[in-house]
Design a protein around this ligand. Sequence first.
Ligand code: ADP
Length: 670
Amino acid sequence: MSPSPPKSDAGAPPRTERETLPLTPWWYWAVPRVALVAAMAAVGALLWLLHRADLEEQRATLISDVLWVEQNLRFHLGKVQGLLEEAARDAADGRLAPGTFAARVELLRGNNPWLVQLAWFGADGSLVAAVPPGLGRDSVGEAAETVPSPETFGFARSLGKAVFSQPYPALGQDYHVEIHVPHFRDRSLTGMMVGIVSLNALLADAVPWWYAQKYALHVVDDSGNVLAKKSRVEAAASPLAYAVAFDPPGRGLLLQALAYRTGTNLTRNLLAASIALLALGVFASLWALRRHVQRRYAAETALRAEHAFRKAMEDSVRTGLRARDLDGRITYVNPAFCRMMGWTESELVDHGPPMPYWVPEDMERTLAVHRRILAGDAPTEGVELKLQRRSGERFDALVYEAPLIDAQGRQTGWMGSVVDISERKQAEQLARSQNERLQFTSRLVTMGEMASSLAHEINQPLAAIASYNTGCLNKLESGRYTTEEIAGTLAKLGAQAQRAGRIVRRIYDFVRRSEPRRAPCDLNAIIGDALGLVEADARARAVRIVRSLAAGPLEVWVDGVMIEQVVVNLLRNGIEAMNDVPAASRELVVKSDAVAAAARIEIADRGCGIDDEAAGRLFVPFFTTKAEGMGMGLNICRSIVEAHHGRIWFEPNPGGGSVFRVLLPRTENP
Ligand code: ADP
């Protein structure tokens, strides 16, 4: 329960609605998880689509670039073909002297460095001129076919137009291609201009540098061998590649471009990684949130269970509970408190002092106690207060207070438990009055037992009164008397009458007194009076009483009559204990003396003694070994002595019998 529960909570009927909050529905956590996974999937799909679009775009660019470069190469080759045709025409017309031919070729090679050699053959295939000279020997490797290729020569002649040869390996990992350009006059072949083209040089010269930055460009034959290439580095296998037929030069050659991996991949990957990381972060925080909420939920459930448990406990206890704030205003009451007082919770909560259940005639004391509690001086053993119910019925209550401390450790008020102790008090009262009645009965029994000896005691003054009376009458009848004699006799008579009166009053006091009235008394006088009550009995039983009292008065702060009752009891027990011992040994020693702040009475007999079994039960009510005993004497003695803050105990008498000792205080506040 919270230190100061909200008003609406206090003592309210069971809050089933609040205490059975619905459990989290299954979709509570599933929805955000599904949403997150869907969002991740959507982002993934978007990235994939972007990637796809990017690839498509790259592919489209690649294709157009490849087509463009193929066009470009074709243009170059076409241009050279045109120049060769022109040169062939000039050669056939005899316009090319050897020097002019060489100059013409060098000019051509200057503009087209990939043109390795130019040769002019006669119609029969004989070499007329070659620039540079030494065709087919210096520039061609061992694996090369015959240069120029007779097959291509034949093709060109039979087709009557320029024909490209198959590429063939040349020195320096290069491949060459020949262009055979025939020249006809009147449908008969006049000669064949042959140009040898280096594929590597062609790519190097005709393909722009930026193209090589983007692609690796290969010329590949139909077996997949790379014949020439232009690339920045060795291109790794790329998902983007495109090839077009490279014809001319021809027949099965492919122009293949491989796109380098671009930086966009890295950016996209970085983007994807950061999105994944962010999603992971969101997921982790969602997870943490879920754990937090679960923990809170568990704590809340535990709190509700605890609350319900405490509520049931508060409702079941019969002790009234009420909390007050630091101004003394009531903040909480439990049902038992409401039942005890008769006011409802809503009437009591928020009520400040004076409270309706404070008793008007006891208001001052109650207010003082209230102020003491608020000042933080609440007695730990509780305070007894008289309170009233709504019906006006008064009752005794025991109130315990404890500080109310909140979660921050600050005191917010006081929690008090109120116990209705009127029943207990009534029971105590009943027990007290029963005890008193018992004591009274015991005294009556004692009185009954003492009756004969008291009769004897009273008889003595009565006999003396009777004889003084007879003496007076005799003297009056004889006429021989003096007034003094009569007055003296009457005074003695009066004294005896007073003595008898004192005996009667003593007995009366002995029987009637119930409440202890402590006052300074002389212990020796009390013992004297007690002895006066038992002496007759002692004489009848041949018991000698030895007095060993402290010299002078021994002041004690007691109820004389009650202590007299104790002494009478102990004396009578001592006398009765000696019933079965020889008459010569029947001696009862009564002592009194001062011991520090106490006075001591000692009554030692020479009787039968007390065995171990009896010793344990001697002071227990109704324990007696006597046929007509009541077994209350020693119990009452102990109650009286303890009510005087004294002590009573017994020990064996060294010479046989028992010694009973009583310690009594000598001052008012021992
Ligand atoms: P009661 O005298 O009516 O039996 P008591 O309470 O005075 O009741 O005594 C209880 C019992 O204690 C006696 O019955 C007796 O057996 C024992 N007792 C008391 N005083 C003495 C004593 N001085 N010597 C031996 N026994 C004693």
